[in-house]
Design a protein around this ligand. Structure first.
Ligand SMILES: Cc1cc2nc3c(=O)[nH]c(=O)nc-3n(C[C@H](O)[C@H](O)[C@H](O)COP(=O)(O)O)c2cc1C
Length: 440
């Protein structure tokens, strides 16, 4: 069988791209700032040498990691996908709009399936793994791509009741130094450079993001959402995340939730936990830290929606007192509680300047939030069991491999979702399904 490196080499030669690879890589890696000169020189020399081996036909599979990085940063991730080679699933160099119609990463020829079925939010679904509300579920194209790769519980990215632009780029970066979990509740001070890199498929991935909840205008997302709803089958559940804004927050949440319902959403998720909302005073704390405002929003939305539409509240990591105060008030109103959202953190480059210019605070996720997510899920399940009112738990935070998936499921989640893990490994659902599909 031909090796992936040889296949990629043939593609590159065929398209006349070998010579330009070092320059394309350099343009990509310096897109949002310059790494220290010595590091940049060393990397460029490595990619130049690789281009030489590709020309000479001597590149082998030992070159695949560097070739993957060079192709991804050089704007040729489509070639990697075409040969079934893992790459990050989203193009962090491209804008939010550019990415909406263009999921990256390989697509399986056959969707992973199991004979067993699971119950979630009153529906029957396939293996209970999914991708939460984030840019990896920003449009019908992403939903189709993810379904094909075995992700069954998909939350359409948070949309708003009016168009909203993304924060200025960069919006998303690997946090390559964060390779272990923080303790629950520990304040996070993260160093992440926009050119940081984590090997695709890594189970120790963390990332930081500052998108600011961009949204197309309702007319556009409602039409796209209706197509996405039609694209999912019996084994999947598509939830839709919405967020309100403005003076009358609860009314705007309800108005937006009604739009999602009208477009065909069977379950609406309320983003009560965004760590990236900008105000005149800077980045705001997540709404769920204010229990009265949170309950007012959820009550308002529950009254507005049809009884048949499911309702999920998405929370951030909350401490014992905060969660114990909120859950009994939410439980009678919702069908599910989701969490955790990214952990709002101070994020700087290695030179001390903000990773995301103008925004000191951003959302940390991936393995760095694994223990906080497990801690939150266990307490949430305990509160549910003690309270006697049933709701399903959608758990997420730090799921990057089958063991971290299983830990949240065993803690009592009805489904488990992964954002940073899916970003680094678009085929993570397949891995989990193969390893746990018969025994979970
Ligand atoms: C790039 C990115 C964008 C996100 N956007 C949203 C969003 O629009 N709405 C939302 O509720 N959560 C959003 N999240 C949070 C995720 O849904 C999830 O709660 C969090 O990332 C923790 O999971 P993880 O550790 O698997 O990344 C986003 C996360 C990432 C990484």
């Amino acid at each position: 069988m031909t090796s992936p490196t040889r296949q990629l080499r043939d593609d590159l030669v065929g398209r006349g791209l070998v010579e330009g690879l070092p320059a394309a890589f350099l343009a990509g890696i310096t897109r949002f700032g310059r790494p220290p000169q010595a590091e940049l020189d060393a990397l460029t020399a490595e990619v130049t040498a690789l281009a030489g081996r590709l020309s000479a036909g001597t590149a082998d599979d030992g070159d695949l990691p560097l070739l993957t990085r060079a192709l991804y940063l050089g704007g040729h991730a489509d070639l990697l996908a075409g040969r079934g080679v893992l790459s990050p699933m989203y193009d962090v160099l491209g804008g939010f709009r550019d990415n909406l119609a263009r999921p990256l990463g390989p697509r399986l020829a056959e969707r992973p399936v199991t004979a067993r079925r699971w119950r979630l939010l009153g529906r029957t679904i396939g293996f209970p793994i999914g991708i939460p509300a984030c840019v990896l579920n920003g449009s019908e194209a992403w939903v189709r791509h993810n379904v094909a790769n075995g992700w069954n519980v998909l939350t359409y990215k948070t949309v708003r009741g009016r168009a909203h632009p993304p924060n200025e780029q960069p919006n998303w970066a690997f946090a390559a130094r964060e390779t272990a979990s923080l303790a629950p509740g520990a304040p996070a001070d993260v160093v992440a450079d926009p050119w940081d890199w984590v090997e695709p498929g890594s189970s120790t991935v963390s990332s930081v993001n500052s998108f600011g909840v961009p949204s197309p205008e309702p007319e556009e997302w409602m039409a796209d959402l209706a197509r996405a709803v039609a694209a999912v089958g019996d084994e999947q559940l598509l939830l839709v995340s919405v967020m309100g804004e403005g003076e009358d927050l609860a009314a705007d949440f309800a108005r937006t939730a009604l739009m999602a319902q009208e477009a065909g959403a069977a379950v609406v998720e309320l983003n009560l936990s965004c760590p990236n909302t900008l105000s005149a005073a800077g980045v705001k704390p997540p709404l769920c830290l204010d229990p009265d405002a949170t309950v007012a929003v959820v009550e308002h939305v529950r009254r507005a929606l049809d009884d048949r539409t499911g309702l999920v509240a998405k929370l951030s990591w909350l401490d014992e007192r905060q969660l114990a105060a909120l859950v009994p008030r939410l439980a009678p109103l919702v069908d599910g509680i989701a969490g955790i959202n990214t952990v709002q953190s101070r994020v700087r480059r290695s030179d001390g300047t903000p990773t995301f210019p103008g925004r000191e605070l951003a959302g940390l996720s991936g393995i760095a939030v694994r223990d906080p997510a497990l801690d939150f899920t266990r307490r949430l399940v305990a509160l549910r069991d003690a309270g006697g009112v049933h709701f399903d738990v959608l758990a997420m935070g730090g799921v990057t491999d089958p063991a971290s998936f299983e830990a949240l499921f065993v803690a009592g989640a009805g489904a488990v979702q992964s954002a940073a893990g899916a970003f680094a490994d678009p085929l993570l659902a397949q891995k989990c399904t193969i390893e746990l599909g018969e025994t979970l």
